[in-house]
Design a protein around this ligand. Structure first.
Ligand code: EPZ
Length: 421
């Protein structure tokens, strides 16, 4: 397995291009199952999760052509030839559950393995199932699989999510596009990835209102047609690289960055004393020597502070002058990066869902281990600021969500390389 070696201390200057959003692409791809016509995605990120979703869709009878070095995905599902998403694929990537709604809507039946838990939490899918049942699906859990079916078409329904769920909103939204009648999804997720999915479905002929509001109204249609859709910029990759110059000092322009994608996160950076400015090509983040103020951060559904940037923010708060508080409200076990950061000299006390970060202790490079996708990149950010060499192992986690990390950071002056372990 590969590892990444970072030697800290270099100031960063330069530009980093931001790719298309992994979490948008992972819901846009299953939308290809909703129609017999071709769906083409541009600005797709080159990530292992995208390859896993490609493998899953092909196992269901969908053709996926990777063009322009994987940045264009030309998909076509004339007919779903297999309605079962096997455990071996689903356990590798939880987003596989997102083929459930589209298959049910298109053909009236689907069998999808339960995803199982993951490092950051139990990750149940009960809300996905409840929303589909509200639309008339009969759901049975048997032998570790979800068996779903409906006689004829799904029926439009009104459904209120007890908690905001990105994936459950996406499954229900896709299913509702082909339901008979109108569906209203209340307390729905409002993430930019939801809006991007709605935009794509509308381009395919769906009738959807309010995707950015938390109450989504979908008027079902008989059929959807093909479309070409550009995947929205990845706000989590954007936020991650906004922190790189903050860790080292310097100034970096994030190409394709948009303030509205990272509003709450950028507000917190400015509260800490970091300069964030909009440029013609994106966002520029600058930190020249000034100290960082400690923060109180609470993760929330969009438009609140994103849980997927919590680990990265913890790395920054290790440099702040004083005690910061990070409250993780979305997942039950998302502080696994803390013990790894402590190996680098960080002073972090975790009590349940709250981490107290006592900033200002000197950071020393160390051997650390990536535990999940976003934790792995927080270790690299810490390595940029630490004295000496940091070696991050199990970087396969990183490959799931970040393309060309070494190239993007070294282009701005970081001393970083990838080696065979
Ligand atoms: C999506 O996961 C993202 N993944 C996650 O990103 C992200 O952290 C999460 O949304 C929150 O923003 C993709 O889009 C592929 P949820 P998802 O359903 O949809 C509970 C990354 O690093 N819940 O919004 O699985 C759940 O346990 C990944 O890119 C239920 O109880 O998240 C959690 O506490 C990590 N029942 C909360 O809701 C359900 O049926 C939010 O989960 C579904 C969720």
């Amino acid at each position: 397995m590969d590892k990444i070696i970072v030697k800290g201390g270099n100031k960063l200057q330069g530009r980093i291009p931001i790719a298309g959003a992994k979490n948008a692409c992972l819901t846009l791809m299953p939308a290809a199952l909703l129609t017999a016509e071709p769906l083409t995605l541009t600005n797709a990120p080159r990530l292992s999760d995208i390859r896993t979703m490609t493998e899953l869709l092909e196992s269901l009878g969908c053709e996926v052509a990777r063009l322009q070095d994987g940045q264009v995905l030309a998909m076509g599902c004339k007919q779903i030839t297999n309605h079962t998403a096997e455990y071996d694929i689903v356990r590798k990537m939880r987003a596989s559950i997102l083929v459930l709604g589209p298959m049910l809507a298109r053909d009236g039946h689907a069998t999808v393995s339960l995803p199982g838990g993951c490092a950051i939490g139990a990750r149940p899918v009960d809300l996905h199932l409840k929303a589909l049942e509200a639309m008339g699906a009969e759901i049975e859990l048997r032998d570790g699989y979800v068996h779903a079916k409906v006689d004829g078409r799904l029926k439009g329904a009104e459904f209120e999510f007890p908690v905001v769920s990105v994936g459950a909103t996406e499954n229900a939204l896709m299913a509702a596009t082909l339901a008979e009648g109108t569906t209203v999804l209340k307390n729905a997720a409002r993430e930019p990835e939801i809006v991007d999915l709605a935009d794509c479905l509308i381009a395919m002929g769906a009738k959807i209102e309010g995707a950015e509001t938390g109450t989504i109204t979908i008027h079902g249609v008989e059929k959807l047609h093909g479309a070409t859709h550009r995947v929205v910029t990845d706000r989590i990759e954007l936020g991650t690289y906004m922190l790189a110059p903050v860790m080292t000092g310097g100034s970096v322009e994030l190409i394709g960055g948009r303030r509205d994608l990272v509003g709450a996160f950028a507000d917190k950076l400015e509260e800490a004393g970091v300069e964030v400015e909009e440029t013609e090509d994106g966002l520029r983040v600058t930190r020249n020597g000034a100290g960082l103020k400690p923060l109180h951060v609470v993760t929330e559904p969009y438009p609140g502070f994103p849980t997927d940037l919590q680990a990265q923010m913890m790395a920054m708060l290790m440099l702040a002058d004083g005690e910061s508080v990070l409250e993780e409200k979305i997942f039950e076990n998302r502080f696994m990066h803390a013990p790894e950061l402590q190996r680098m000299g960080a002073n972090i006390v975790v009590r349940g869902g709250t981490a107290h970060v006592h900033g200002g202790t000197p950071l020393k490079g160390a051997k650390v281990m990536a535990t999940d996708l976003r934790a792995s990149v927080s270790l690299i950010l810490a390595g940029l600021a630490a004295e000496g060499e940091t070696s991050v192992s199990r970087v396969y986690h990183l490959d799931r969500g970040y393309e060309n990390v070494v190239e993007k950071l070294s282009a701005c002056g970081a001393d970083i390389k990838r080696v065979d372990e």
